[in-house]
Design a protein around this ligand. Structure first.
Ligand code: NAD
Length: 302
């Protein structure tokens, strides 16, 4: 069996970036505002890196990115009011809440407070509802990215035996809905999760297999059908080991880590016909879909 073709998310992200850049230019030339506001409550080292990357990606396509920093002791009521202000500000076309938030803040409440017309993460119940009705304006970025990767590689979904492993609100569930969004050409998805009995019996049937659990090594080669298309959405940091199982050390003598998905890549690549690498598969498309949602909402704004 030949090794699978790699579904290259980096290359597709670069192509999409150019398209979005042209779109932003067009919107600006028509006098439209394209401004994303990121709201951060309190300080957080991890989200600082994320914000820096987000800002860089926005600026690369000509989109204005403004960071709104609120003190760590901000109350829910104060944050709600702040969000209302952004909702009513015509100079802001997109809003994103940076995670994590301090414990006195309920992130779900804030996600509901953000106007669906400025919800660049596609997580507002109204936008999720539009997904159920097959009328998606914007959607959750990671499953959107996975769908975009299939589309770009000419993968037909119609009737396909499809298994999604993972049923979170942000990935698995919306992905299943996206797979069902066409009236006559949808895939035939099964959604597996932590309570699923005999996971392998499901994954082995899949012509199209998506895995989004956050469990490295969950899907092994013998759980994959010959010739299947495998989309590994998991992102896990694990110790880097050499072939004898010893820790690989960095220059400072500390154990190195590497990024892997939820699928045992070396085994799956021998069984699948196409597979996403991790990193470099769905990951780079997630940020591109955030930008795409932002541009779509700016375009739709009055
Ligand atoms: N590629 C990206 O840009 C991107 C974006 C978001 C999340 N992720 C990654 O996707 C993974 C999932 O993220 P999430 O936010 O959906 O996670 P989550 O923790 O919210 O959900 C995990 C899901 O996996 C299921 N699950 C866990 N263990 C299982 C097992 N042993 N067998 C079957 N199902 C099992 C759970 O039931 C649940 O539905 C993580 O690795 C995360 O880092 C990647």
């Amino acid at each position: 069996m030949m090794a699978a073709k790699l579904l290259d998310g980096e290359a597709l992200a670069a192509t999409l970036k150019e398209k979005l850049k042209a779109k932003v230019e067009e919107l600006k030339s028509k006098g439209k505002t394209v401004v994303l506001n990121a709201v951060q409550v309190g300080e957080n080292a991890a989200s600082r890196v994320y914000i820096k990357n987000q800002k860089g990606s926005c600026e690369e396509i000509g989109l204005t990115y403004e960071l709104k920093e609120l003190p760590a002791e901000t109350t829910q009521e104060e944050l709600d009011k702040f969000i209302d202000g952004l909702n009513n500000d015509p100079n802001v076309t997109g809003i994103i809440l940076q995670m994590p938030v301090p414990k006195q803040i309920d992130a779900r409440t804030v996600q509901r407070r953000i106007s669906p017309a400025k919800d660049v993460e596609g997580m507002h119940p109204m936008n999720m509802g539009n997904l159920v009705f097959g009328d998606m304006k914007v959607g959750p970025c990671t499953p959107l990215g996975a769908m975009e990767l299939l589309k770009a590689n000419g993968i037909d979904l119609k009737g396909k035996e499809t298994v999604v492993v993972g049923h979170s609100e942000i990935v698995g569930k919306p992905l299943a809905l996206m797979l069902l969004s066409s009236m006559n050409e949808s895939a035939t998805p099964t959604v597996c999760h932590i309570a699923t009995q005999d996971l392998a019996s499901h994954t082995k049937r899949a012509d199209l297999l998506f895995v989004a659990c956050g469990v490295p090594g969950l899907v092994k080669g013998d759980m994959i059908k010959d010739g299947a298309i495998v989309v590994d959405i998991g992102i896990n940091r694990v110790p880097d080991l050499d072939k004898d199982g010893n820790a690989v050390l960095n220059k400072k003598g500390k154990p190195k880590k590497k990024t892997v998905g939820d699928v045992v890549f070396e085994e799956a690549v021998e069984k699948a016909s196409m597979i996403t690498p991790v990193p470099g598969g769905v990951g780079p498309l997630t940020v591109m879909m955030l930008l795409q949602n932002t541009v779509s909402l700016a375009e739709a704004a009055g």
